[in-house]
Design a protein around this ligand. Structure first.
Ligand code: C2E
Ligand code: MG
Ligand code: MG
Length: 709
C-alpha cells in the first residue's frame, strides 16, 4: 500500500511518516505513553489525553509514575523494576489519579524501546478499565450478600425445631435439615436423590394405611397443603412418631414449580396430652374409674337400648358408711387408699359391660346396662356387700368399709338418667336410715335426699346469718427462692353440731341453690379485709387468691361487686387474685373475655385453677388475660409413678412459660414431687409439703414484718 504516487524522500518523508504515526496513534482507543529511558514523557496520544485529562503539552516531561495512586504506587513500581531488570515486558493495573481528583482504573502494558541493545525509552499502552472494575466490585458485593443470605438460611435450618426437607419435581430428596435427619433416621448424604416416600414414610395412625406424598400433592396443586390429621412417620428403624406437617411448592424465578418443601414436627407429646386430658375428663383421678360425666353418657345410651330391646336397666348408688370418720381421724392419704381398695373390690363384682363410676367423695354408682328383672340388681348388690365385708389392710391399718346401696330400675323407677340417679340416691339414704350396710330399692315415698338437700340449704342460710364461715389460708411458695409469694383463701364451715365442715361437703349444694352468691361475696370481703388488716399491722402481706364459682362469675353484678369490695376495704387490687376454672371460661368465652379484661384492668390477677382437668382445648388460653396456671393436684400426685403425668406437667410448665404465665403446682406433698417440679423450672408450688391451710391467726405468724419503707 502506498500513501502517495511518488515516494517522498529526506525531511519530507520523515514529516509524513510522523503525521501518519500520529494519526494512527490518535485513532487508537488505547492510550499511548512514550517516555525516555528514565520514564519522562516524550509522547502521548489522544486516548491518553482522555484518560489522564492532560493535553500532550501538559504531559510532556512528566514521569509516568507521577499519577499512580499513592496506595498503588509501591506495588506498581516494584513490579516495574522487576520487569525492567529482567528485560521483560511489563503489565500492571493501578488507579490513575487525575489532577481533577478523579480516579481512573487503568491497565498498563509497557515495553522497552531498544536501540543497539540499549534501553533508550519505554512505550506504554494505557487502557481505561474503570467500568470492568466497577462491575467486579458490584459482583463481589452481590456474592457477599448471597453468601450471608445462604449462611443465614443454613443456620436457621440447622437450628429450628421443625424438620425441613425438600424434593425436586419428581419427589427426589434434595435437602434435609438436622431435625429431619434425626426424625427420619436418614442422613442427608444417604437420602439425597432417594424418593421422598422411602425416607418420609407416612401412615394414618388409626388404620396404618399409607398416606399420599404431601410434596407431590403440593406440586400438583401448586399451593400449600396441610398434612392429613393423625399421621405418623415411620422412622428408618421402624419406630413411629405422631407428626404434623405442611408442604409447599418451590418456585423458580419465572414462577415455575421446581419442587416441594415439607416442614414437619413431632406432636407425640401434645397428642398424648390431648388424649390424657380427654381421659381425665371422663375418669376419676384417684381410682381411675369412669366419672360422673362418662356414667351419664353410658346411662343415657343404656336407657335407649333397653327401650328398644324391652329390657331393664339397674342403677346402684353406693355411699361408704362412716368414711368421713376414717378420713378425718387417719388423714386423707389413708382415706384415698381405702377408696382405691374399695374401687378394686367393686370391680370384681360386675360384668365388663357394666360401668362403675366414682361420683366424688365416697360415693360410687354402678350401672347394670341390661338386666332381665329387678332381682338381678339385688343379686349384684348382695355380692357387693359381701365383697366389701372383709377388712382392708392398708399399711399398719386394718379398716372396715361397709356401704349403703340404693337401687333404681328403668323403666319402673324413672324414664331418664336424672330421675334414675336421683331415685337411686334417695334409696341409698333410706339404706343408711335402715342401719347401713344394706341395700334398698327405691320406693316412691322416699324423698329423703330431697330432705337432705333442704337440710343443708337451710343450715347454710343459718351459717351465713350467724357467721359460722371462716377462711383458712394456705401459702404458695416460689420454688427457686422458697419465699412465700401468695396464699389461697379456702372456706371452712364451723357447724355447731358437725364441727369443722370442708368445702367439698357444701359448695355443690350452695351452687345448686344459689347461696354461693352470698357465700362468695362474704369470702371476697373477708379475704380483702384480712389482707388489709395484715398490711395495717405492718406485716409483709402477700397477694391472696379467692376461688370463684361459675355461678358467681356469670352473675351480672360480679364485676361491680369485686370493685366495690376493693374500694370499701381500701385494698390495693394487686393483693387480690381470682381463681377460675377452665370450664367456667369455656362456657361463654366472649363475655368471659370481657369480664376478665375488666378485672385485669382493675389490677387484679387471674389464675386458672385445677388446670388440665377440664377442656383439652388450649387455644383459648392465649385469648384470655391469664397470669397464672395452677396444675391440678391429680397430675402432681402421680408424678413419680406415671410418666404420662410427668410429661403433662412438663408440657404445662413449658406452655405457661411460652404464654408468659406463672405456673403453680397444686398438691405438692412429697420431696420427690418438689424435686421434679424444681428441675422442670416450675415457678411455684402449693401443698402440704410447704404448709396446710391454717386459720388467719396462725397464718399471720408465717408473714414477715414489712421491710422499712
Ligand atoms: P382448690 O381451689 O383446688 O383448693 C385446693 C384444695 O387442695 C384445698 O382443698 C386444699 O386444702 C387442698 N390441698 C392443698 N394442699 C394439698 C395437698 O398437698 N394434698 C392434697 N391432697 N390436697 C391439698 P379444700 O380446702 O378442701 O377445698 C376444696 C375445693 O373447694 C377448692 O379446691 C375449691 O374448688 C373449693 N373452695 C374452697 N374454698 C372456696 C371458696 O371460698 N369459694 C368457692 N367457690 N370454692 C371454694
Ligand atoms: Mg383454688
Ligand atoms: Mg385447685
Amino acid at each position: 500500500m502506498t500513501l502517495s504516487p511518488v515516494p517522498p524522500t529526506g525531511a519530507d518523508a520523515l514529516r509524513i511518516s510522523e503525521a501518519h504515526f500520529r494519526a494512527m496513534s490518535d485513532a487508537s482507543p488505547l492510550g499511548l505513553f512514550v517516555s525516555d529511558a528514565e520514564g519522562y514523557c516524550v509522547y502521548t496520544n489522544a486516548a491518553y489525553g482522555r484518560i489522564s485529562g492532560l493535553s500532550f503539552e501538559q504531559s510532556l516531561g512528566e514521569n509516568w509514575s507521577t499519577a499512580i495512586h499513592p496506595e498503588d504506587r509501591q506495588r506498581v513500581l516494584a513490579d516495574w523494576r522487576a520487569a525492567a531488570h529482567g528485560g521483560a515486558p511489563f503489565q500492571t493495573e493501578f488507579r490513575f489519579l487525575r489532577d481533577d481528583g478523579q480516579i481512573v482504573w487503568t491497565r498498563v502494558h509497557g515495553a522497552a524501546l531498544l536501540e543497539g541493545g540499549r534501553v533508550n525509552g519505554h512505550i506504554q499502552t494505557v487502557e481505561d478499565i474503570s467500568e470492568r472494575k466497577a462491575t467486579d466490585h458490584a459482583l463481589r458485593i452481590a456474592e457477599e450478600a448471597l453468601f450471608v443470605e445462604k449462611e443465614r438460611l443454613r443456620v436457621t435450618l440447622d437450628s429450628i425445631g421443625d424438620a425441613v426437607l425438600t424434593t425436586d419435581l419428581r419427589g427426589r430428596i434434595t435437602f434435609m435439615n438436622p431435625v429431619a435427619e434425626a426424625m427420619t433416621g436418614w442422613s442427608l448424604a444417604e437420602a439425597l436423590g432417594l424418593p421422598l416416600t422411602t425416607v418420609f414414610r407416612l401412615v394414618d395412625v388409626a388404620t396404618h394405611q399409607h398416606v399420599a406424598d404431601p410434596g407431590q400433592h403440593a406440586i400438583a396443586e401448586n399451593r400449600i397443603v396441610g398434612l392429613a390429621t393423625d399421621c405418623a412417620l415411620i422412622r428408618r428403624d421402624g419406630s413411629e412418631s405422631a407428626i404434623e406437617d405442611s408442604a409447599a411448592p418451590i418456585h423458580n424465578r419465572d414462577g415455575e414449580v421446581t419442587g416441594a418443601v415439607i416442614v414437619f414436627h413431632d406432636v407425640n407429646e401434645s397428642r398424648a396430652l390431648t388424649q390424657k386430658m380427654a381421659h381425665q375428663a371422663h375418669h376419676d383421678f384417684l381410682t381411675g374409674l369412669p366419672n360422673r360425666a362418662l356414667l351419664t353418657e353410658r346411662l343415657v345410651q343404656a336407657i335407649r337400648l333397653a327401650k328398644r330391646h324391652r329390657k331393664q336397666v339397674g342403677l346402684l348408688f353406693l355411699d361408704l358408711d362412716h368414711f368421713k370418720h376414717i378420713n378425718d381421724s387417719l388423714g386423707h392419704a389413708v382415706g384415698d387408699q381405702l377408696l382405691q381398695s374399695v374401687a378394686r373390690r367393686l370391680t370384681t363384682c360386675v360384668r365388663a359391660s357394666d360401668t362403675i363410676c366414682r361420683q366424688g367423695g365416697d360415693e360410687f354408682v354402678i350401672l347394670l346396662a341390661e338386666i332381665a328383672q329387678p332381682q338381678d340388681a339385688a343379686q349384684v348388690a348382695e355380692s357387693l356387700l359381701a365383697a366389701l365385708a372383709p377388712p382392708h389392710r392398708l399399711n399398719e391399718h386394718e379398716l372396715r368399709a361397709t356401704t349403703s346401696i340404693g337401687i333404681s330400675v328403668y323403666p319402673c323407677d324413672g324414664l331418664d338418667a336424672d330421675a334414675l340417679l336421683q331415685n337411686a340416691d334417695t334409696a341409698m339414704y333410706h339404706a343408711k336410715a335402715e342401719g347401713r350396710d344394706n341395700y334398698q330399692f327405691f320406693k316412691a315415698e322416699m324423698n329423703a335426699r330431697a330432705v337432705h338437700r333442704q337440710l343443708v340449704e337451710s343450715s347454710l342460710r343459718r351459717a351465713l346469718e350467724k357467721g359460722e364461715f371462716l377462711l383458712h389460708y394456705q401459702p404458695k411458695i416460689n420454688l427457686e427462692s422458697s419465699a412465700m409469694t401468695g396464699a389461697e383463701a379456702l372456706i371452712r364451715w364451723q357447724d355447731p353440731a358437725l364441727g369443722l365442715v370442708q368445702p367439698a361437703q357444701f359448695i355443690t349444694v350452695a351452687e345448686e341453690c344459689g347461696l354461693i352468691l352470698d357465700i362468695g361475696r362474704w369470702v371476697l370481703r373477708e379475704a380483702c379485709t384480712q389482707v388489709r388488716a395484715w398490711l395495717d399491722a405492718g406485716l409483709a402481706a402477700v397477694p391472696v387468691a379467692v376461688n370463684v364459682s361459675a355461678t358467681e362469675f356469670r352473675h351480672r353484678d360480679f364485676l361491680a361487686g369485686v370493685a366495690r369490695v376493693l374500694q370499701e376495704t381500701g385494698l390495693d387490687p394487686r393483693y387480690l387474685e381470682l381463681e377460675l376454672t377452665e370450664s367456667l371460661l369455656m362456657h361463654d368465652s366472649e363475655s368471659s373475655a370481657s369480664v376478665l379484661d375488666a378485672l385485669r384492668t382493675l389490677g387484679i390477677r387471674l389464675a386458672i385453677d385445677d388446670f388440665g382437668t377440664g377442656y383439652s382445648s388450649l387455644s383459648y388460653l392465649s385469648r384470655f388475660p391469664i397470669d397464672t396456671l395452677k396444675i391440678d393436684r391429680s397430675f402432681v400426685h402421680d408424678l413419680a409413678a406415671d410418666a404420662g403425668d410427668a410429661a403433662i406437667v412438663g408440657a404445662v410448665i413449658d406452655m405457661g412459660k411460652n404464654l408468659n404465665q406463672r405456673v403453680v403446682a397444686e398438691g405438692v406433698e412429697m420431696p420427690e414431687q418438689l424435686a421434679f417440679l424444681h428441675a422442670r423450672q416450675c415457678d411455684e408450688g402449693q401443698g402440704f409439703l410447704f404448709g396446710p391451710p391454717v386459720p388467719a391467726l396462725e397464718f399471720a405468724r408465717q408473714l414477715a414484718p414489712a421491710p422499712p419503707a
